[in-house]
Design a protein around this ligand. Structure first.
Ligand code: HEC
Ligand code: HEC
Length: 247
């Protein structure tokens, strides 16, 4: 920027000297015309600066501050999700190590957005807590939880988990259920910004959220709504058990 400014100043000075020289030597040179042309060139040169400054202003995205997130988490969320996001209550999801973009999206989806009658993801408890947060606090919380290390849950029923494994790896072609690993990865760790981590999560929570997708209470992703609607409740139980123990 500063180098460009220096160039601009030099340009103006040089052209001043130039016009002075021209005005002495060439009697017929119309100085006004020359100045006008020079202003045009200057304007043209300055336009990209102005546009750049404007777009830079709108493009700047707030980066979540994990320390601010830690404070809010400790004061409000820890009661249910534990201080580091490793909830030990099986109905409350583990948030530690989850991708930040996913956490951010969910907190927005729990809110009732302007012009809508209900939240995309309906949950009476999280509606209240998410609605009390502003956009920056949501980014702060997402930054905090995504940087914590997960203490994974575990599978309790081995046979149930084994039948879930088959579904996870191969899907259920007959009923149009794709292999979960094709999006969530072979170890269920997901892909940041695209697919959430689903391994090591409490089976009770996973089961509840897949059923919510199936029934339409969680209507914040069409892919998962379709997939869940094609799974039997037994398959949902099995896959949830398998995911709790997946590492
Ligand atoms: C009273 C208990 C309680 C409190 C307090 C609470 N939560 Fe939750 N949270 C839940 C429950 C229960 C769910 C599961 C909701 C569902 O099934 O849709 C949940 C779900 C979530 C999810 C979705 C996780 C996922 O894997 O999709 C996020 C993110 C979340 N909470 C963040 C927070 C944050 C941030 C706070 C503090 C501002 C907070 N919660 C406070 C109980 C709580
Ligand atoms: C086409 C890609 C795709 C496939 C295949 C897929 N998922 Fe998902 N899944 C997603 C996306 C995207 C989300 C995030 C949804 C959102 O933004 O709320 C998600 C979310 C989830 C969640 C919610 C996680 C949480 O913390 O609440 C669970 C559980 C889940 N998927 C399980 C599965 C299972 C089980 C299968 C296989 C039967 C599967 N998924 C197959 C794309 C996929």
């Amino acid at each position: 920027m500063s180098r460009n400014m220096a160039f601009l100043i030099k340009f103006v000075m040089d052209s001043n000297i130039y016009s002075a020289m021209r005005s002495k030597k060439i009697i017929y040179l119309n100085i006004n015309t020359f100045n006008f042309l020079r202003s045009l060139v200057l304007c043209a040169l300055l336009i990209p600066f102005c546009i750049h400054a404007e777009t830079a202003k709108t493009e700047t995205k707030y980066i979540g501050d994990e320390n601010k997130g830690k404070q809010i988490a400790g004061q409000i969320c820890a009661a249910c999700h534990a201080s580091d996001g490793n909830s030990v209550i099986p109905t409350n999801p583990i948030l530690a190590g989850q991708h930040s973009a996913y956490i951010e999206k969910q907190l927005h989806n729990f809110q009732v957005k302007q012009g809508n009658k209900k939240a995309m993801r309906e949950n009476a408890v999280m509606l209240g807590f998410a609605s009390a947060l502003d956009d920056k606090q949501i980014s702060d919380l997402a930054a905090f939880y995504s940087k914590q290390t997960i203490s994974p849950s575990y599978a309790k029923d081995k046979d149930l988990a084994l039948s879930g494994e088959l579904l996870y790896r191969a899907g259920d072609l007959k009923n149009g259920v794709p292999a979960c690993g094709s999006c969530h990865g072979p170890k269920g760790s997901g892909i940041p910004d695209q697919y959430p981590r689903i391994s090591g999560q409490h089976a009770e929570y996973t089961k509840a959220t897949l059923l919510a997708f199936k029934k339409g209470m969680r209507a914040n992703n069409s892919q998962m709504m379709t997939i869940s609607s094609r799974m039997s409740d037994e398959q949902i139980s099995a896959i949830s058990e398998y995911l709790a123990g997946l590492r």
